[in-house]
Design a protein around this ligand. Structure first.
Ligand code: AHR
Length: 500
C-alpha cells in the first residue's frame, strides 16, 4: 500500500487560525439572494423574509464573514437603490448577469442577515461606474453615528446605531474586460488609493482590500498587483485573489491536485506584494484576501449563450457538486490554512444556489451539497494555531501540475486538541498516513470524518440530500504518540485528537 509519513509539532507554527478564513460570499446573482437567503412567503421565512432553513445551514457551516453585494454585480450598483421603504425602491437592469434587480434586498437587509447568521460583513464599493464620492456616502450612511445627511437617513430607515463595518473591498476584478467600468492597473491603482485615503480620513482603522488581478491566468496577472500596490500600498491592508477550479476532459488527477495551483498562486502574490514592500522600503506587509475561491464548472457556463431577456432571479451557475469536488474543496481549505501567515481572509464563492454549498428550492427545501461538508468540518475543527505539515509521500504524475505528492495535509492545535486535515489525491489507490505526534505522547483519537465514496461523481440532490455525507474513517488509531490512518482513494479526511 502507498504510505505517507508526516510530523506534527507545535513548534512548526504558521500563524493563528484566523476565523475570517471561513468566509462566504452573497452576490446579487441568479438565486443567491432571491429564493436563496431571502424569500418572503417561504414557509421558513422570518419577519425579515429571511429563509431560516438557509440561515441555519449557514450557521452550521460556520461561515464567519460574508462578502456582499458582488462580484461583478457591484460594478454598476447604486447602493442607495437598496435602502429605505421597499415599495419605493427602483427596479434596475443588472448588466453583469443580464437580470432584473428589484432591490427588495439591500444593505439593511444584508446587515440584519449577517447579524442573524453571526457573521461579519465584508462590503464592496462600486469602483466601476462610481468613485470616491459614492464610496464616502455609503461609508457615512453605514458607519457614521448621526447628525449628518447620510447617517440621519440611515436612522430614518430604522437603524439608530451605526453598523460599524470594518472590512471593505475597493471594487471587484477591475482588470476583467467583462467588468462594467473595467480599468487599467494604473487607473484602478490611483482610484483605489484615493478612495482608501478618503475613507480613512473619516475612519483611519478600516481594513481595506485592493483588487488583485481576477485570476492567475489573466494576462494582467503579476504586473497588475505590482502597479496597483505601487499606487496604493500605504493606503490598503489587503490585496485580493480569486480562483476557480473544475475538472476538464476527465483529467481527474490534475483536478484533485488543484490545491497545488492555489499554493503557487498565493506564493506568487506574496512575492509580488513583498517586492513592492522592498521597493517602497515599507515595514508593513500586505495581507491576502482570497475572497473568491471554489470549484466552478466555468467552461460549461461560458459555453452557454448569454441570457436573452431580463429575468428576476434566474437560475444561473447552479453547479451540482460531487464527492470529487468536495475532496478538492477540502484540499483548497488545506492550502488556505497552510498560508495562514499571509492569507488572513477568504470567501468561498458563493453561499447558496450560485456555485453554492447550499441549495434551496423556491417554496421548497434547502439542502447541503457535497462541498458543504469539508467546509463545515474544517471551520469547526480548525482551532488555535496552524501547524505546518510536510508529508513525505509518493509522487503522482499530473498533466497540469507535473508530479505532486499523493497526500497533502495541514494541522491545527489550540494546546488541548490537535486536528489533522488530509487529502489522498490518488484516483484509485488508498494511502496509509503515519503521523509522528512527538509533542503529544498521550494523544487520543477524539473523532474522524471523511468524504470519500466508490462513486466519486455521486452528488446530493433535493430527493437524496444525504447521498454524500461525512463518515468516520474505517481505519484510524493512535498509539504511543503515533497516528495511523488509511485514506481511501479520492478522500478528504479530518482527524481530531485530544492532546493529553
Ligand atoms: O462568483 C461569480 C463571479 O466570479 C463574480 O461575480 C466575479 O467576481 C467572478 O468573476
Amino acid at each position: 500500500m502507498l504510505t505517507a509519513s508526516a510530523t506534527v509539532d507545535p513548534g512548526f507554527r504558521v500563524g493563528p487560525v484566523n476565523r475570517r478564513l471561513f468566509g462566504s460570499f452573497v452576490e446579487h446573482l441568479g438565486r443567491c439572494v432571491y429564493t436563496g437567503v431571502f424569500e418572503p412567503g417561504h414557509p421558513s421565512a422570518d419577519s425579515d423574509g429571511f429563509r431560516t432553513d438557509v440561515l441555519e445551514l449557514a450557521r452550521e457551516m460556520g461561515v464567519s464573514v460574508v462578502r456582499y453585494p458582488g462580484g461583478n454585480f457591484v460594478s454598476a450598483y447604486r447602493w442607495e437603490d437598496g435602502v429605505g421603504p421597499v415599495q419605493q425602491r427602483p427596479v434596475r437592469r443588472d448588466l453583469a448577469w443580464h437580470s432584473l434587480e428589484t432591490n427588495e434586498f439591500g444593505l439593511g437587509e444584508f446587515l440584519r442577515w449577517t447579524a442573524a447568521a453571526d457573521a461579519e460583513p465584508m462590503l464592496a464599493v462600486n469602483l466601476g461606474t462610481r468613485g470616491v464620492t459614492e464610496a464616502l456616502e455609503l461609508q457615512e450612511y453605514a458607519n457614521h453615528p448621526g447628525g449628518t445627511y447620510w447617517s440621519d437617513l440611515r436612522k430614518s430607515h430604522g437603524a439608530a446605531e451605526p453598523y460599524g463595518i470594518r472590512m471593505w473591498c475597493l471594487g471587484n476584478e477591475m482588470d476583467g474586460p467583462w467588468q462594467t467600468g473595467h480599468k487599467t492597473a494604473l487607473e484602478y491603482g490611483r482610484l483605489a488609493a484615493e478612495t482608501a485615503r478618503a475613507m480613512r480620513q473619516a475612519e483611519p482603522d478600516l481594513e481595506l482590500v485592493a483588487c488583485g488581478s481576477s485570476g492567475a491566468s489573466m494576462p494582467t496577472f503579476g504586473e497588475w498587483e505590482a502597479v496597483v500596490l505601487g499606487e496604493a500600498y500605504e493606503m490598503v491592508d489587503y490585496i485580493s485573489l480569486h480562483s476557480y477550479y473544475w475538472e476538464t476532459d476527465g483529467d481527474l488527477a490534475s483536478f484533485l491536485a488543484s490545491a497545488v495551483d492555489m499554493d503557487r498562486f498565493i506564493e506568487a502574490v506574496v512575492a509580488t506584494a513583498d517586492h513592492v514592500r522592498a521597493r517602497r522600503r515599507a515595514s508593513k506587509r500586505i495581507q491576502l484576501s482570497f475572497d473568491e475561491w471554489n470549484v466552478w464548472y466555468l467552461d460549461a457556463h461560458q459555453a452557454k449563450p448569454p441570457p436573452a431577456g431580463w429575468e428576476r432571479a434566474p437560475r444561473l451557475l447552479e453547479d451540482v457538486y460531487s464527492v470529487a469536488d468536495a475532496v478538492v474543496v477540502g484540499g483548497l481549505l488545506i492550502s488556505l490554512l497552510r498560508h495562514a501567515d499571509r492569507v488572513t481572509a477568504a470567501c468561498q464563492a458563493q453561499l447558496v444556489n450560485v456555485i453554492g454549498p447550499i441549495m434551496s428550492e423556491p417554496g421548497g427545501p434547502a439542502w447541503r451539497q457535497a462541498t458543504f461538508h469539508p467546509f463545515a468540518v474544517t471551520s469547526r475543527w480548525a482551532r488555535g494555531e496552524v501547524l505546518r505539515v510536510e508529508p513525505v509521500a509518493p509522487l503522482l504524475p499530473t498533466a497540469k501540475y507535473g508530479e505532486v505528492p499523493v497526500l497533502d495535509a495541514v494541522a491545527t492545535s489550540d494546546g488541548d486538541e490537535v486536528a489533522v486535515f488530509a487529502v489522498n489525491r490518488h484516483a484509485a489507490e488508498p494511502v496509509v498516513l503515519e503521523v509522528d505526534l512527538r509533542a503529544w505522547p498521550g494523544a487520543r483519537l477524539a473523532g474522524t470524518v471523511a468524504i470519500t465514496d466508490p462513486d466519486v461523481y455521486a452528488t446530493n440532490s433535493r430527493d437524496e440530500p444525504d447521498r454524500v455525507v461525512p463518515r468516520p474513517l474505517a481505519e484510524a488509531s493512535v498509539e504511543g504518540g503515533r497516528l495511523r490512518a488509511v485514506l481511501p482513494a479520492v478522500c478528504w479526511a479530518a482527524l481530531r485528537l485530544t492532546a493529553h
